[in-house]
Ligand binder design. Structure first.
Ligand code: PHB
Length: 393
C-alpha cells in the first residue's frame, strides 16, 4: 500500500503537470501580437497604408492565423520622424508587449527601431526602409528585411545609364540615409562604367521646394539627372520637373520609388509618362503569384498594388514561414530564425531567398511608365545581393 505522503505527492505532481500543459496550450491559443510602426501621416502615409493592408491581406488569406496562431495588430504612426522613433518602438515593445515589430518606411526611423529590437531581442521585420546598416554594420539575428537596400536599385540604374552612353549626371535627393545611399549607389554603378557625377544636390527631408535645384540643373545641362524621392514628395517632384521644361531636355532617372504608387497623383499620361526607373518590382510581371496578389489586393482595397504592398505581403509570408516551423511558438526564437533564414519567399516580385545578412537577393527590373503602370522592359541585374558591408553574423 502507498504511504499517505507518497499518495499526496503523486496527486500534487499530477496537478502541476496538468497546469503546465494547459498553460503551454494556452500560450499557443493566445494571439500573436504584431506591432506595426509605420507612417500613416506625412509624405510616406500612402506607403505605410499599403504595407499594412497587404500584410493583413496575407494573414486573412490564411484564415487570420500564421503557424496556427491568431494574429492581432497594434499600430503606431511613426510620422517618419526619427526623433520620436525610440519612444514609439519602446511603447510597442514594453507597454504593448508586441511579439514582433514590423516597420518601417523611413531609414532613419528604422535604424532607431532596430536599436530597440536589439536591446529587447524582439523579432523585427523591415518591410521597406533601405538603410544599408540594417543588414550591414547593425545586422542581427532577430532582424529581417523583405524589401531592399537603397544601394540595390540605385546601383543597377547607374550601370544602365553608363551603358546607354550617358557621360555626365547630376544627382538630387533628400539629405538623409536613404537619399544619400541611393545617390551613392547610382554614382558607384555610373562611375565604374565610365560616367562622371558633375554635381550632387540635396535638400532637407521632406521639403518639396524644388525650384532652385531645377534652375541649377537647367544651367548645368547634364546628360541625365538621377533622383531619390518617394511618396507625396515624388509626385510633386515629377510635376515640377516637367513644368520646368526639363522633361524633354534632360532625361530623368530614378530608383522606382519615384513612380511607384505616385503616378495617379502626378498625372496619368502627363509628368510621369515615359520615365525610366529600376526596382525589384514591375506592374506587369508575369507569374501566377503576382496575378493572384494584384487581383486580391485591388478587390479588397479598391486600389492598385505597388512595390510597398508587395513588401508588406512578403513580410507576413516570412513571419508565417518562421511561425509554421515552430508551430506558433514564437518564444522558440532560435528555431524560428533558422527557418526564416532558409525560407524561399514566393513573392509577387518573383521568388527570392535571403542573404546571410537577412536582405533579399533579387532581380532588379528596368521599367518604363506607360499610363498607370510601371511596365517591365527587361531584367536589369539578375539576383542582385547587397554587399552587406560590416555585417558580422
Ligand atoms: C527609406 O527611407 O529607406 C525609403 C523611404 C521611401 C522609399 C524607399 C526608401 O520609397
Amino acid at each position: 500500500m502507498q504511504s499517505k505522503f507518497r499518495k499526496n505527492f503523486l496527486i500534487v505532481s499530477a496537478t502541476i503537470a496538468t497546469l503546465v500543459s494547459s498553460t503551454g496550450a494556452l500560450a499557443q491559443e493566445t494571439p500573436i501580437k504584431v506591432g506595426f510602426m509605420l507612417p500613416y501621416t506625412g509624405t510616406y502615409a500612402a506607403i505605410g497604408n499599403n504595407i499594412t493592408n497587404a500584410f493583413k491581406l496575407y494573414v486573412s488569406e490564411n484564415g487570420g492565423k500564421l503557424g496556427g496562431r491568431t494574429i492581432e495588430y497594434v499600430s503606431v504612426d511613426d510620422e517618419s520622424d526619427p526623433s520620436k522613433a525610440t519612444e514609439n518602438a519602446n511603447r510597442l515593445v514594453k507597454r504593448e508587449k508586441v511579439d514582433v515589430l514590423v516597420g518601417t518606411v523611413h531609414s532613419g526611423v528604422a535604424l532607431a527601431m532596430a536599436r530597440v529590437a536589439r536591446e529587447n531581442k524582439t523579432l523585427m521585420i523591415v518591410p521597406n526602409a533601405g538603410a544599408a546598416d540594417l543588414t550591414g554594420a547593425q545586422c542581427m539575428p532577430n532582424l529581417f528585411r523583405t524589401s531592399f537596400t537603397n544601394w540595390q536599385p540605385a546601383y543597377a540604374m547607374g550601370v544602365h545609364a553608363a551603358k546607354k552612353g550617358m557621360k555626365k549626371a547630376v544627382t538630387l535627393t533628400w539629405k538623409y540615409a536613404a537619399g544619400v545611399e541611393s545617390t551613392d549607389g547610382f554614382k558607384e554603378g555610373f562611375t565604374k562604367n565610365g560616367g562622371t557625377i558633375v554635381k550632387e544636390l540635396t535638400l532637407p527631408f521632406p521639403n518639396t521646394e524644388f525650384q532652385p535645384y531645377l534652375t541649377e540643373i537647367a544651367a548645368l545641362k547634364p546628360d541625365a539627372v538621377y533622383v531619390f524621392f518617394a511618396g507625396g514628395g515624388a509626385a510633386k517632384f515629377m510635376k515640377d520637373y516637367a513644368a520646368a521644361g526639363l522633361k524633354n531636355s534632360v532625361p530623368l532617372l530614378a530608383a522606382g520609388f519615384l513612380t511607384d504608387g505616385t503616378i495617379e497623383a502626378a498625372g496619368v499620361g502627363g509628368a510621369p509618362e515615359g520615365l525610366l526607373t529600376t526596382l525589384h518590382y514591375a506592374d506587369g510581371l508575369k507569374n501566377s503569384k503576382n496575378d493572384a496578389f494584384r487581383l486580391n489586393f485591388a478587390k479588397t482595397y479598391k486600389t492598385q498594388a505597388d512595390v510597398y504592398s508587395v513588401q508588406g505581403y512578403d513580410a507576413a509570408q516570412l513571419l508565417g514561414a518562421g511561425l509554421s516551423a515552430v508551430k506558433g511558438n514564437i518564444k522558440n526564437q532560435d528555431e524560428m530564425i533558422k527557418a526564416m533564414e532558409k525560407a524561399k519567399i514566393d513573392s509577387p516580385r518573383g521568388a527570392f531567398t535571403l542573404s546571410k545578412s537577412h536582405n533579399p537577393i533579387q532581380d532588379i527590373y528596368l521599367r518604363k511608365v506607360v499610363g498607370r503602370d510601371n511596365q517591365l522592359l527587361e531584367v536589369s541585374v539578375k539576383g542582385l545581393a547587397d554587399p552587406a558591408t560590416g555585417c558580422k553574423m
